[in-house]
Design a protein around this ligand. Structure first.
Ligand SMILES: Nc1ncnc2c1ncn2[C@@H]1O[C@H](COP(=O)(O)OP(=O)(O)O)[C@@H](O)[C@H]1O
Ligand SMILES: [Mg+2]
Length: 397
């Protein structure tokens, strides 16, 4: 039996949902629906997350969409079902926010029961696939791995800008790691001339001592720290998955955000970085081969149970004339797209000059705006604290 919580519902809907769930239901008191999941869960009678959150039509749509989008990142084991007039626009917005199902306001008991059952199954499925948040919470910091099957799609552009954006939000508490071990170009994208590089950080004395490790990092004028890639592809290639795992664990003890740039595809180092990640940013260019590749990579990662609790899908090089809509992409990959970065004439020059566009671009530049949106997915929404899923697992075992 699924744990169901109902919010934003009038008396009449409460009665129907009670009947549909056999009375096994927690109804939240009327009032504003908090857009922060943590606030919402504070209202629950015990410390367990629900499987299904059913939101009635009394909750304003924008608030529900914000909340659902955050739940999708912070507590992906909770499935959201919305009771609202199911117009095409509503479906689209709901899908983007990770809402599983829409029910018309006049849905009868049988329809509600069926939707709750489907949502409960979906929640159970996601919890099996996703590693529990608690497991990634062994480390204080959030490890955000940027990955894509192909090169040239903007991984380095996104990871450098994300790192710069997080540094602005929390100075001195972000480190960027270049795991494109053979041909990494983080140093160039940030205009850095590193004294030490990745092999020094993982193989020498720094690998044994976290305090010493800090002295092997390169500092960017913004306050961002970086582990830059080696100049020698051969030296880079000797980095093992275990090296990566140890490095990221040490950095996460010292930094609030550890952003990881990777090489295309699923190398040993990238798999290790995904295994240590609390979040993955899956990136693709907005074209058919890119999106198909992304789908395959997501399938593989799902099979390997390497999709962490925080999952963010980002499209780059979006072009209205490209003939591919966000909806097409969502249909192909079977999940919502979170951020869409436009093709931007200003970006290549920022790469060449070694100054990320978040530092050099105007606030109104569409690329800057969308990158800021990506940054705020992390800076504005801490992962759920440990314990809730754990409580659930204990209860189940
Ligand atoms: N949205 C964009 N618009 C225009 N050019 C871009 C955009 N994103 C990235 N680029 C450019 O594309 C090239 C490849 O980007 P990069 O971030 O190095 O990709 P990757 O790390 O995936 O290989 C760089 O020259 C970069 O400036
Ligand atoms: Mg790159």
């Amino acid at each position: 039996m699924s744990r169901v919580v109902l919010a934003g519902a009038g008396e009449d809907l409460v009665l129907r949902v009670k009947e549909a769930t056999g009375g096994d239901l927690q109804v939240l008191p009327p009032g504003r629906l908090p857009s922060d999941p943590a606030r919402l869960f504070e209202q629950l009678v015990d410390d367990e997350l629900p499987d299904v959150l059913l939101v009635g039509p009394h909750a304003p749509a924008p608030e529900v969409l914000t909340l659902a989008g955050r739940l999708d990142v912070q507590a992906p084991g909770v499935t959201v079902v919305l009771v609202a007039e199911p117009s095409p626009d509503m479906w689209r917005a709901a899908m983007r926010a990770g809402i599983r199902d829409l029910l018309p306001p006049d849905a009868d008991v049988a329809e509600i029961a069926a939707a709750v059952e489907r949502a409960g199954h979906a929640a159970a499925g996601r919890r099996r696939v996703l590693r529990p948040v608690a497991e990634t919470d062994r480390y204080a910091g959030r490890v955000i791995t940027i990955a894509s099957p192909k090169g040239g799609v903007g991984k380095t552009t996104v990871s450098t800008n994300l790192a710069i954006g997080l540094t602005a939000a929390a100075p001195q508490s972000t480190v960027l790691v270049d795991l494109d071990v053979q041909f990494g170009d983080v140093a160039s994208a940030l205009g850095l001339v590193p004294e030490y590089t990745l092999p020094d950080a993982v193989q020498g004395p720094a690998s044994e001592d976290t305090m010493l490790l800090k002295t092997f990092l390169t500092q960017h004028p913004s306050g961002l720290y970086a582990v830059c890639g080696s100049d020698s592809p051969a030296a880079g290639d000797r980095i093992t998955g275990e090296d990566v795992s140890r490095l990221l664990a040490s950095l996460a003890r010292e930094f609030r955000y550890v952003v990881v740039d990777t090489a295309p595809g699923l190398s040993e180092q990238t798999l290790a970085a995904l295994d240590r990640a609390s979040d993955v940013v899956m990136l693709s260019s907005m074209d058919v081969p890119g999106v198909r590749g992304l789908r395959k990579e997501m399938d593989v990662l799902r099979e390997l149970c390497l999709i962490p609790a925080g999952r963010h899908v980002v499209m780059n090089f979006a072009d209205p004339k490209g003939g591919l809509s966000v909806r097409d992409v969502e249909t192909t990959i079977g999940t919502g797209v979170d951020v869409v970065l436009p093709r931007s004439a200003s970006v290549p020059a920022t790469t060449n000059q070694g100054v990320p566009i978040l530092q050099s671009g105007g606030r109104r530049d569409p690329m800057v705006r969308e990158l800021r949106r990506l940054v705020s997915r992390f800076s504005a929404t801490p992962l759920m604290k440990a314990g809730r899923y754990r409580a659930k697992h204990r209860a189940a075992s």
